[in-house]
Design a protein around this ligand. Sequence first.
Ligand code: KG4
Ligand code: ZN
Length: 328
Amino acid sequence: MYILGIETSCDDTSCSILRNREILSNITISSLREHRKYGGIVPEIAHRNHLKVIGHVLKVALEKAGISLKDISLIGVTNYPGLKGALLVGVNFAKGLAFSLDIPLIGINHLHAHLFANFVGNKYRIKFPFIGVVISGGHTEIMVVNDFDDIETVIRTVDDACGEAFDKVGRAFNLGFPAGPMIDRLYQKKYKDAFIFKCGKIKGGLSFSGIKTALIYKKMELERRGCLSRSLKEKLLSSFQESILRTIVDSIFSVADKYKIRRIVCGGGVVANTRFREMILSRHDLDVKVAPKHLSVDNGAMVAGLAYYLFKYKKKSDAIHTLDIIPN
Ligand code: KG4
Ligand code: ZN
């Protein structure tokens, strides 16, 4: 069967066509460039951009896949979580298509889709249960995944997501937006403990807001004293990255040990980070999957993939007239 996946939860407008779990096309237009000068995502810009380009993105996705609209037999669309206006564009578009083609439609949880990105475009067999990890600009969550539709979050951040903390720090250091990839590049292992920055834990959740502020204050203090050299900046950023990633990876390992689950599946933009990959792959007793870069960022293929699994194994589909976005 051919499945169309539609993703519009943040700044990426993405449509993908799968033939079962094989990716035929995965086309994305991002409004990221337009947000850069503001140092973060501006919802209004994202919403309007989705509206402007979504028809074109679908057309290109169909052309690349070599099929026409009437060949599609299932649509998956992200309906939670995300920017409300952005989700509305994708969901409304998907509803119109499903209605006119008279085919099933499934609202997809974006975070769950990030996990199942590991199981599209390859032959990996999905074995439950596994520990699911999503680290992105909007979320940092560790989940216990018992089935396609039985997923429980056991740890999340109580304030800034990991990528958000990276991006905010990047703004203070003039690294451009998004800053995660730049911090990744500037990281040097020899500086990982140059400064001691500690992440907080509040009511069992992770907190990255305090460490972000501590780093920015330290930078300002060094600046005032006139001694903020390039290498000191690298030391600050390396110690900051090390502490955040160490905290996340230690939490993942402790959840795996607590639940006695040896399989770990990771997705979300931050899992592209070199140091994260090194840390998470360090435990040889664990079977760890990390989504490849083109599938770890937001994309339509992961949405189509989860829709396919939910339809095939759980007989799931949503009523077109009631499917709605879910408030965050
Ligand atoms: O999953 P994603 O593409 O979009 C969201 O759903 O948020 O993640 C984007 C986030 C940004 O905060 C960005 O700074 C971060 O992922 N990021 C990285 C790296 N590549 C992207 N963070 C650290 N190291 C990287 N290599
Ligand atoms: Zn995402």
